[in-house]
Design a protein around this ligand. Structure first.
Ligand code: PLP
Length: 382
């Protein structure tokens, strides 16, 4: 039953070698920029590639500012801190996500609260969010609290799952109503748009990742996107050890982090950025080919980009009829050298987060049981 798919993937990638889920690809330009950074001796925390990458990112996404960070997890943590998340607070997020989303909340000393996702977007559900808030939250002196636990509800972190934009506009309306700031985890969503806005630019802050498995990579890296100039300046300051500018004096005015993206990584990021459109185009062609293929298959449904949005199709996904079929599929494809994998184990099922509060997680549980990711990378030279 799965042979046709195995054949389809082999033909697309045109190789008898194992086919990974999403491998990075590099060109001569990547090498040229990295060597140039080495030759300049500015490989670390200062250099022109960092500034250049931040400008390119702001340009591309339409965010007023972009701040390059050492990785996506650190970027999330800093964004949460700058929006006021403190020890003992609660932060609402979705259970269907990569562990970094919940970890960043925990790194800030806050507790994640898990609220269900929508079935079509696979991202945080505005309906579930509103229901959870109505059942659990109250506003006192303009500050939202969990009326049972007494904790402050300090932020909401929706995630654009596999690059499919979630219902961020509706989430922003709810956030306004309850006075809770929002950080978009757009780590998987470079090149994804809600209407005419790039994912990560609709909330108070957004976060991108340039890890090795993402749409473009610089080895390890991340960024904070924001339209708030003050927040961007604070992010820069905090992630560069809170050093006060001075030609020779070491003065720091708060407990900062060494979270800035090194210039060496930024050089690679700049080079990869040049190929972003070409990469997105090829990924989209593959997504459409999968979509056509699955039209004739009764055993799985292809997860299309939500209406009114444009997905980068970071990881193509299909929904299977049930868990047994999913497991059979995973076994057969992986044995045939085609890497496929299920959706992440839900955050509320991991040992460190299993005692956190959560709403009804009906859709997240269904998706966890049914979803499989398919090879989605571009062919070797883009
Ligand atoms: C990749 C990813 C991150 C950040 O990862 P880093 O490896 O720290 O750059 C955060 N959230 C999600 C949903 C991700 O997929």
């Amino acid at each position: 039953m799965f042979d046709a798919l195995i054949e389809f993937v082999r033909k697309w990638y045109d190789t008898a070698q194992p086919i990974p889920l999403h491998a990075p690809t590099f060109t001569a330009l990547d090498k040229e920029f990295v060597l140039d950074a080495i030759d300049s001796t500015f490989v670390s925390s200062v250099g022109r590639y960092v500034d250049r990458f931040e400008e390119r990112l702001a340009d591309y996404t339409g965010a007023k500012r972009a701040v390059a960070i050492v990785n996506g997890t650190a970027a999330l943590q800093v964004a949460l801190r700058l929006l006021g998340v403190e020890t003992g607070d609660e932060v609402i997020t979705q259970p269907l996500t990569f562990v970094a989303t919940a970890n960043a909340i925990a790194h800030q000393g806050a507790q994640p609260v898990f609220v269900d996702v929508d079935q079509d977007t696979m991202g945080l559900s505005p309906h579930a969010l509103q229901s959870w808030l109505q059942a659990n939250a109250e506003i006192k002196d303009n500050i939202p609290y969990n009326r049972h636990a007494g904790h402050r509800i300090a932020a909401i972190v929706p995630m654009h799952t596999f690059g499919h934009p979630c219902r961020i506009k509706e989430i922003m309306e709810i956030s306004q109503q309850w006075s809770i700031p929002v950080v978009e985890d757009a780590a998987e969503a470079l090149g994804s748009w809600t209407g005419r806005k790039h994912c990560g630019t609709l909330a108070h802050a957004g976060v991108l990742s340039f890890n090795g498995n993402k749409t473009i990579t610089c080895g390890g890296g991340g960024a904070i996107l924001t339209n708030n100039k003050n927040l961007a300046d604070r992010a820069k300051h905090l992630t560069t050890t809170a050093k006060v500018p001075h030609p020779w004096e070491f003065e720091h005015d708060e407990v900062g982090y060494n979270y800035r993206m090194p210039n060496l990584n930024a050089a690679l990021a700049c080079a990869q950025m040049e190929r972003l459109d070409a990469i997105l185009k090829e990924k989209r062609a593959l997504a459409h080919a999968y979509q056509d293929f699955f039209q004739d298959q009764s055993w799985a449904n292809f997860c299309k980009e939500p209406e009114g949005s444009r997905s980068n199709y970071w990881l193509c996904a299909v929904a299977m009829k049930n868990e047994t079929l999913r497991d059979k599929f995973l076994q057969t494809t992986n044995k045939a050298g085609i890497m496929t994998r299920p959706a992440w184990k839900l955050m509320n099922e991991l040992p460190m987060y299993c005692n956190c509060q959560s709403g009804l997680l009906k859709n997240a549980k269904l998706l966890r049981q049914h979803i499989v990711n398919l090879p989605s990378g571009v062919r070797s030279n883009g």
